[in-house]
Design a protein around this ligand. Sequence first.
Ligand SMILES: [Zn+2]
Length: 95
Amino acid sequence: MIDPTLFPATLRAPNLDQPLKPDKGLFNGSCNRRACQQPGATFWNPSTRAHYCRSCAGKINHANPEFPQWRLVDVAVRNESGQVTGRKDDDGNGG
Ligand SMILES: [Zn+2]
């Protein structure tokens, strides 16, 4: 197996081979898009069963208008300050 750390960063496509974060795809963790992995992923993707950031969710929803059942929705419950306090459990994910 090739060790990717042996290759200089300049030879890699930007962000595409960044290490996977342990909370990737988890609720309020890192965005499930490998090239993104931004924190605060609260948009549930029912087709991949993972969470994405707002930016990626918008792009994915825009790219798949013919599949409304796959639309990513923000499942975060927030308090008055906008802080995430929980997750809506309306997708059958089992909590
Ligand atoms: Zn993202």
